[in-house]
Each structure stands twice: as structure tokens, then as C-alpha cells.
Design a protein around this ligand. Structure first.
Ligand SMILES: CC(=O)SCCNC(=O)CCNC(=O)[C@H](O)C(C)(C)COP(=O)(O)OP(=O)(O)OC[C@H]1O[C@@H](n2cnc3c(N)ncnc32)[C@H](O)[C@@H]1OP(=O)(O)O
Ligand SMILES: O=C([O-])CC(=O)C(=O)O
Length: 382
């Protein structure tokens, strides 16, 4: 009989992984040994996904081949696009549309008869999903604007291509680079809730479409990836309020409102990804409007220092600064969490494959606290 109960599985080790490691006290994150700061600065999102999937950073030839293989898979079948259009017309949320579309992509999978144990086939299927997610999401946005989808441009990297398909215009260098960095920063993060969900599904040897669909579902919640949208909504609320932004935070705090984008299960200090995104938000503010950046820094200063959250180990997480970055890039607010999924798909696939290499069904237990030995009463006597 198991006696220890770790609510929310806090601190419980369930697997070994070579993919990413978090030092929650030092505020350090590495992917396969490389500090996140170096990868964000020096590598493209595609290089980072290659690193996660294959264990090493690619050479120039390997990267060219990998990028070409992603480009070949960008086009999405009309059957899926028709559904995406219907969902957009029905006013569905983009995160839910993405969940539905990924599930549907499996109908067009050329290797749908691959054995579950064929991990090379799973990787190829995963690559198809990762390549198509940006196309699906951008198409959804075009449809709801009443426009036709923009075809992917094979000469653009994944980040720039997404912005291009979203708007029909090629992004400038700062926008493309910033967005690429944001994708790198979101690509993996240990056994967070959505990755663990994907792993649990993968541990039954279900297919990768099921695992990614589950990952998207888990990421959507406001305690996880959904917080990036909530942060921007708070910033919009501040902007529309009659109160000065500092007074707004004070009042929200007095009302006991929990500010999204603060707090983390693993970090006790500021998330290193938030530090990088804060810098990018500042840079974008210098080029354009500075109020969003100012609101975030005011909230951070007030909560961290004046309200003492920093001392309690509650600090900004990755979602706190990504919202204002995406907003300044002109991305619609309800696209923020789907963008997180578009990046994290790299991590989900890597973790599912890593776990399946030495698979064991994930199956924890709950301590039963219900009644025992009740006497059954037939329906007609109840
Ligand atoms: C990509 C990501 O998923 S990053 C996380 C995104 N989510 C958010 O930003 C939502 C806001 N944050 C939260 O709700 C939480 O911090 C979580 C869900 C991220 C982590 O939750 P847990 O590890 O379960 O921490 P828990 O909810 O138990 O909080 C621990 C303590 O910190 C406090 N706390 C946690 N988050 C916050 C916050 N945003 N604002 C104020 N206090 C907070 C709690 O009140 C609690 O205090 P107490 O011990 O005095 O009661
Ligand atoms: O690690 C977590 O629990 C949440 C998180 O920051 C992420 O998934 O990027």
C-alpha cells in the first residue's frame, strides 16, 4: 500500500530525461545542456527542435535537410482546412480549433498503419504535426477575418513564415527574430502539465496525434499556457481603467486578485525566460508604444518588492512578458496560447519519444476516502 500523497505530484520523480532541466532556485533552464539564453540568442527554433529530437545541434547541412523536410510538410489538406473554416465561422476559440484540427490531421497521415513501437515512424508523424500547426493556426485567423489563407513561403523560417501566413506580409527583422526567440523559449520545460499529459497518453502506446491533442488540451488552462492570454487581458483592463496603472495594481491586490503570469511550481525566483522576454518587450517598446512594457514592470515591481512576493518565492513566469511581446508584434490575444502550443509541440514529441524508448505504462493511484461495504439497494427500492 502506498502511504505518501503528493497532491499535484509536487516534487515526484516519474522518469529520467535528457531533454531539459530547471534549477528553480537559481532561475536556470537548459535544453540538453545548453543554457536557454545561448539558444535564444544563437539558435533558430528549428535548430532547437532538432536538438530536442536528435540530441545534438544540427550542422548546416543537417539543418538545411531538416528545414526542407518541415517545408515539404507545411501544406494542410483541404479536408482539415474546411473544418478550420467552419470552426472560425462558428466563433470557436483558436486553441479549441487547433485541438480539433490536430486530431483531424491523423485522417490524412500517410503512415497511419505504422506499428506503435516504430518510433522512427512516430517521429516522422510528429514532424508532420509540428510543420502543419503554424499553417492551421494562421489559416484559422485568415478565415475569421473573412480572408483566404496565405500559402506558406518555403524561403522563410518557421517563425517568419507564421507571421507571414497570419498577416500576408513578411515581418521585419526585429519581429521575425523576436518571435523566433519566443518559440525557442517555449519549446520545452521538463514535465510541465501538458508534457506530462502527452507522456501519459504516449505511455499507453497511443499514437502521437492523440498525445499532441492531449498536450494542447492541458496547455489551454489558465493555470498553465492559458495564462499568457490572461496577462494581456489584465494589461488591457488596466489600460481601460480610470485608475492610474499603479493604483489599479494596488486595488487588484487589495481585492485579493491573483495576478496571472506570477508563480510557478518549480521556480522560486524569476523565470529566466521571463527575463529574456522582458528585454524583448522593452526593445519593442522603444520602437513603438511603451505603455504595455511600463504596465508589466510596474506590476512586477509592486508585487515583487512592495507586496513581498519575491521573498515568498513568487515571481514572474514565462507568461508574464510574452503577452506584451506578442501584442507589440500585432498578434491577436487569443492566439497567444495556441502559439505556445505551436512551439511546445517540439517538446511534447521529444518527451513522448524519449519515454517510449523505454516505455512503462504511467498509472499512479489515489488514496480512496469513500465509504466501504455499503449494501446495494435495487433501483425499485431506492
Ligand atoms: C507556462 C506556465 O504554465 S507558467 C504558470 C502559468 N500560470 C499562471 O501564471 C497562473 C498564476 N499562477 C498560479 O496560479 C500558480 O502560481 C501556479 C498554478 C502556476 C503554480 O501553482 P502551485 O505550485 O500549485 O502553487 P499554489 O497555487 O499552491 O501557490 C503557492 C502559494 O503561492 C501563492 N501564489 C501562487 N501564485 C500566485 C499568484 N499569481 N499571485 C499571488 N500569489 C500566488 C499562493 O497563494 C500560495 O500561497 P500560500 O501558500 O500562502 O497559500
Ligand atoms: O513548467 C511548468 O510547470 C510550466 C511552464 O513554465 C512551462 O510549461 O513552460
Amino acid at each position: 500500500m502506498v502511504d505518501d500523497l503528493e497532491k499535484g505530484l509536487e516534487g515526484v520523480l516519474v522518469a529520467e530525461s535528457e531533454l531539459s532541466s530547471i534549477d528553480g532556485d537559481a532561475g536556470r533552464l537548459i535544453y540538453r545542456g545548453y543554457p536557454i539564453e545561448d539558444l535564444a540568442r544563437g539558435a533558430s527554433y528549428e535548430e532547437v527542435v532538432y536538438l530536442l529530437w536528435h540530441g545534438e545541434l544540427p550542422t548546416a547541412d543537417e539543418l538545411a535537410e531538416f528545414t526542407a523536410s518541415l517545408n515539404e510538410e507545411r501544406t494542410v489538406d483541404d479536408g482539415v482546412l474546411e473544418t478550420v473554416e467552419r470552426l472560425a465561422d462558428a466563433g470557436e476559440r483558436p486553441m479549441a480549433a487547433l485541438r480539433t484540427a490536430v486530431s483531424m490531421l491523423s485522417a490524412y497521415e500517410p503512415e497511419d498503419d505504422a506499428e506503435p513501437e516504430d518510433l522512427e515512424a512516430t517521429l516522422r508523424q510528429g514532424r508532420r504535426i509540428a510543420a502543419k500547426l503554424p499553417t492551421v493556426l494562421a489559416a484559422f485567423e485568415r478565415y475569421r477575418l473573412g480572408e483566404e489563407p496565405v500559402d506558406p513561403d518555403p524561403d522563410l523560417g518557421l517563425a517568419a513564415n507564421f507571421l507571414y501566413m497570419l498577416t500576408g506580409e513578411e515581418p521585419d527583422e526585429l519581429a521575425a527574430e523576436t518571435f523566433d526567440q519566443a518559440l525557442t523559449l517555449h519549446a520545452d520545460h521538463g514535465l510541465n502539465a501538458s508534457t506530462f499529459t502527452a507522456m501519459v497518453i504516449g505511455s499507453t502506446m497511443a499514437d502521437i496525434y492523440s498525445a499532441v491533442t492531449g498536450g494542447i488540451s492541458a496547455l489551454s488552462g489558465p493555470l498553465h499556457g492559458g495564462a499568457n492570454q490572461d496577462v494581456m487581458e489584465v494589461l488591457m483592463e488596466i489600460d481601460e481603467s480610470d485608475l492610474d496603472h499603479r493604483e489599479w495594481v494596488e486595488q487588484a491586490n487589495e481585492e485579493g486578485r491573483r495576478i496571472p503570469g506570477f508563480g510557478h511550481r518549480v521556480y522560486n525566483v524569476k523565470d529566466p525566460r521571463a527575463k529574456i522576454l522582458e528585454e524583448r518587450s522593452k526593445e519593442l517598446a522603444e520602437e513603438g508604444e511603451d505603455k504595455w512594457y511600463n504596465y508589466t514592470t510596474t506590476i512586477e515591481q509592486y508585487l515583487s518588492e512592495e507586496q513581498g512576493l519575491a521573498e515568498k518565492g513568487i515571481a514572474p513566469n514565462v507568461d508574464f512578458y510574452s503577452g506584451s511581446v506578442y501584442y507589440q508584434l500585432g498578434i491577436p490575444i487569443d492566439m497567444y496560447t495556441p502559439i505556445f502550443a505551436m512551439s511546445r509541440v517540439g517538446g511534447w514529441i521529444a518527451h513522448v519519444l524519449e519515454y517510449q524508448q523505454d516505455n512503462r505504462l504511467i498509472r499512479p493511484r489515489a488514496r480512496y476516502t469513500g465509504p466501504e461495504d455499503r449494501e446495494f439497494v435495487p433501483l425499485e427500492e431506492r
